[in-house]
Structures are given as C-alpha cells and as structure tokens.
Design a binder for this molecule. Structure first.
Ligand code: GLV
Ligand code: MN
Ligand code: MN
Length: 412
C-alpha cells in the first residue's frame, strides 16, 4: 500500500486518551499523576499492556523509562523513536505528555493493523518524571538516558516528604534492569500540545517548533528568627517571608526589564507556616527561560546580587543553589521541515514557532536529530485542569506523526 495514504484511527486515539484520563482524574476535569505515585504506576501498567497487545518488545530501564520496539526490515539500522510522558503536574491537564504517548501508540497500532513493514525499527517511549514537580528537576530520566545527568544523583533526589526518587521508582515496580543508556536513534519526534496561545491565535492546526528555550532552575533557602508575632516589635525582625516577597517581585521585574525571557517563582515553602509565628525558614524556586542562554544567565547574575542585598538588609542569611540547567535546543532543520511538509501534504495549516515549555526532546536533541509536533491548546492554558485540545486536532497531530515516522523509518 502507498504509505502516504495511511491514517490513524482518531476515535481509538480519543478512547485511549479518555481511558488514561480516568487514572488520577480530578473533579475539575484534569489529572493528577505525579511521578512514581500509584496513579503513575497504574497508567504505566495500562500502557505496557497495550504495547503487548501489538506485540512490541517492551523493556524498562533503571530510570523507569519504558520502551516498546517494533521490528524493522533491517534490524541493524538505528531506530526511529517517539514518545513523551505519562506523569503530570499536581492538578494538571489530561493532554500534557500523555498525548505524545497515546499519539505514538496510535501510530504503532496503525502500523500493526495494516501490517506495515518499515526499513528501520520503530520505538515508542514513555520517559519517567518529565514534570519535575514532585522530584526536581524535570526531564530527569531522558537526561540520564542521554548521558547528561547522573543516575545516582537522580535516584537521590527527594520530594517534599523526604522520599527518594530511586526508592519510589522501586516501590511502583518500575526500577528496571536495563542500563539507562542511550542506544543509537536515527530520528526522534515528540508530539505534544502547544501549552501556549500562539496556534489558537494564528488559527493554525500544526505547530513545528524550531526548538526549545533554555531552562535554568534555582533553589533559594532563607533563614531568620522565629518569634511570637504579638509581642515582637516590627523593628529588628528577621522575617524570611518578607525577604522572599521582595525577591519574588524582583524575579518578575527583571524578566520584564530585560525582555526576551520569562522568569517565575512557582513554588514556596514557608516554615513553620503559622499565622502567629514570624517565619524563620523559606524555600522557593526560580525558573528562568530564554532562547538566549547568556541572556538567562545575565538575569540570574542581576537577581543574585539583588537577593544578597535584600537578605543582608533584612538579616536573613541566604543560600542559593543552581539545581538544573539545560541549554536551548535548536531542532534538526530537516526534521522540522518534514513536519511542515507533512502538514501541507495532509492539508493542515501549520506554523513555525518556538517551544516555551520544556520537553524530553531537549535532551534527545543533544544526541540525535529531533523535532516536535504541536497542536493548539484551548485559550493557551496548560498545567491546569481545564487544559483542553480538540479531538480533531489530536487526530491531525497523530497523522502528522505517522507520516513523519514512516518517512524517517524508510530512510536508508
Ligand atoms: C515542563 O513541563 C516545563 O516545565 O516546561
Ligand atoms: Mn509535557
Ligand atoms: Mn508539563
């Protein structure tokens, strides 16, 4: 058969997404499937059972990454790969990550149903802990797999309750035996919702990002003096939450002032967190992103200076840690053009853009030709329960993925 006429089954894709959305489903219509939670395990189990139905060779590596491999005509040739993640943010959406996994599953099912033979093997992947919300940083398991992060450091990362990532991975039964070590990949595609407003604003169905912004994460720790709020005069307090408040506003201001970047404080822990105790310990996070890595670093330099001044003035000693840094990822031109061309061939409108959200594709881009396929996010909302994309767009993106996979998998 002419492979260019092959299309996915949109109804079946919708059913897989709806089935997955039940796992960790929240009353607000989203999902909560934190990395290494029971819900993560249930979603993984279902995913693996679906892979077995289409006779994929399933392996789980020591970071819990799940690979499903479909044989190629020439087994010695490097595989073509696609996937994303099944974990989610707390009270997150039902498309982020899972669309890329279910979209590729639908592609694999379509190949299976039609008895398609590809020259190269084709592999689907579910990357462990893409979100980095429970265990920082994000994309940690693709980072280890690509040789950019250390496995034991990753195992030792702790959540808010002091639980270790390695132990939690073992607890859910996904600390596999296979080394988390890159094998040769001919091309990697990641299919994802845009998570921003551009495609909707431009009325375009398919987005082809030229790459992903750099991501810099920092952790800030402040210490002060706890005391009874009533008898303690305002003068001379060492109130860590006041220091943090000034610093948080500085993060927002510096991003506005410098432009071409975004900077966010999204997480804060305040201790002892009682309305009638002056806080003596605060931890908060800083996330800085830009297409220009040097620009992001300049912002951090300015912030570091300002944080030190605030901490000094308020007598709240500060400790700053750089937790994670990933360079901006300019994707492979040929693969990005392939996404745009496939959209044209299938009659979908498309848009060349940039990804502000982080994806495992960032690390994959460091070891093999990589590109992504985006579809619109309703009202540009993501990492929230109301995250939404239309079923038609989900199907359109999966068809683009199918065509891109077929083209790459038949290259010699
Ligand atoms: C990943 O979800 C990110 O932080 O962009
Ligand atoms: Mn994602
Ligand atoms: Mn996400």
């Amino acid at each position: 058969m002419d492979k260019s006429n092959l299309r996915v089954n949109g109804k079946r894709l919708r059913m897989s997404l709806e089935e997955m959305a039940k796992i960790g489903g929240t009353p607000g219509g989203g999902v909560e499937r934190l990395a290494h939670s029971d819900e993560d395990k249930t979603a993984r189990d279902l995913f693996v059972s679906w892979l077995k139905e289409i006779h994929c060779d399933v392996t789980v590596d020591e970071m819990g990454n799940i690979f499903g491999r479909r044989k190629g005509e020439k087994e010695s040739l490097p595989t073509v790969m696609s996937g994303s993640h099944v974990d989610s943010q707390p009270r997150g959406g039902r498309f982020d990550g899972i669309l890329g996994v279910m979209g590729m599953l639908e592609v694999m099912r379509t190949l299976h149903d039609n008895g398609i033979v590809t020259k190269r093997p084709v592999t689907i992947v579910d990357w462990t802990n893409e979100e980095g919300s429970r265990f920082a940083p994000a994309m940690i398991a693709s980072g280890v797999w690509a040789g950019k992060l250390d496995r034991d450091w990753a195992y030792g990362r702790t959540d808010k309750n002091g639980k270790k990532q390695g132990d939690e991975l073992a607890r859910i039964g996904y600390k596999g035996k296979q080394p988390a070590k890159a094998f040769p990949v001919h091309a990697y595609y990641e299919y994802h919702i845009e998570q921003g407003p551009i495609l909707e604003r431009e009325s375009k169905t398919i987005g082809a990002p030229k790459g992903i912004l750099c991501l810099h994460w920092y952790d800030i720790y402040l210490t002060g003096t706890a005391n009874q709020v009533g008898p303690t005069p305002m003068e001379g307090r060492n109130d860590t939450l006041c220091s943090a408040a000034e610093m948080i506003l500085a993060v927002n201001r510096v991003a506005h002032q410098l432009g071409n970047m975004v900077a966010t404080v999204g997480e804060i822990q305040n201790y002892p967190n009682s309305r009638n105790i002056i806080p003596d310990k605060v931890h908060f996070t800083v996330d800085i992103r830009s297409w220009d890595d040097g620009h992001a670093l300049r912002a951090w330099d300015l912030l570091k200076k300002e944080f030190n001044i605030i901490a000094e003035r308020r007598s709240t000693p500060i400790r700053m840690e750089e937790t994670w840094r990933v360079e901006h990822a300019p994707f492979n031109d040929k693969l990005v053009r392939r996404v745009l061309e496939s959209a044209e061939e299938l009659g979908y409108s498309s848009h060349y853009m940039v990804s502000g959200a982080g994806h495992d594709a960032s690390y994959m881009n460091q070891i093999c030709p990589t590109a992504m396929i985006f579809i619109p996010s309703k009202n540009g909302r993501s990492h929230v329960e109301v995250e939404e994309s239309t079923w038609e767009d989900c199907e359109a993106g999966a068809n683009i993925l199918l065509q891109c996979i077929l083209k790459s998998a038949d290259e010699s």
